[in-house]
Design a binder for this molecule. Structure first.
Ligand code: FE2
Ligand code: FE2
Length: 191
């Protein structure tokens, strides 16, 4: 059993602004293309891409309250930048809202910002779709788009993750502890 795509889109439209909704549709469509190239379930890719930013448009205070209510671990970095909670909070909120949503889809939503150790193909597809959807025109995204289908999925994910980490460091942004953990697992798994 799973969730109907039209039903998911209608629910999402009540939660996100126009920009966030357009981004979500673009991520869902990009995820389907990546899923087709790399042999991942396309329906799960569509749903996870569509719903990945379920909690993105909540303001800082309600996001933090919702995270605590749903039992999400709130670190000091999350307290400073509550936006960083949107993936984990969104995943927990989706589990409550759509009990029929496969756990694999929930996990891909949960992991779309920081990644994690032991990312599945679906997890990697959603992480990548978020970074490579057509609205993202960073030079790194353009380079990576050319590699789709030419290099293995895990390698594409490793490169996208490295580009994102470089961007954070150059911009002197905070690095969440989960990012360090995910990066170390990439180094171990994709040497
Ligand atoms: Fe997000
Ligand atoms: Fe996103």
């Amino acid at each position: 059993m799973t969730v109907n795509a039209a039903e998911a889109r209608a629910a999402l439209a009540t939660r996100l602004g126009e920009r966030g909704y357009a981004h979500s549709i673009a991520v869902a469509e990009t995820a389907v293309r990546l899923a087709e190239v790399y042999g991942v379930d396309r329906d799960e890719a569509y749903l996870a891409g569509l719903l990945h930013d379920w909690s993105r448009d909540e303001n800082a205070a309600s996001l933090r309250d919702e995270a605590i209510r749903l039992g999400v671990d709130v670190t000091t970095v999350d307290e400073t930048v509550p936006y960083l909670l949107h993936a984990r909070t969104g995943a927990a909120a989706l589990r409550e809202r759509f009990p029929a949503l496969p756990e694999r889809v929930i996990e891909a939503v949960e992991r779309h910002t920081f990644g994690a150790a032991g990312m599945t193909g679906l997890d990697q597809v959603i992480y990548l779709a978020d970074a490579l959807e057509p609205g993202k025109d960073a030079p790194a995204a353009n380079e990576l788009r050319h590699e789709v289908g030419r290099i293995p999925l895990g390698e594409l994910y490793a490169r996208a993750y490295a580009a994102s980490l470089e961007h954070l460091v150059r911009g002197r942004r905070r690095i969440h502890p989960a990012t360090v953990e995910a990066w170390n697992s990439i180094v171990e798994e994709h040497v």
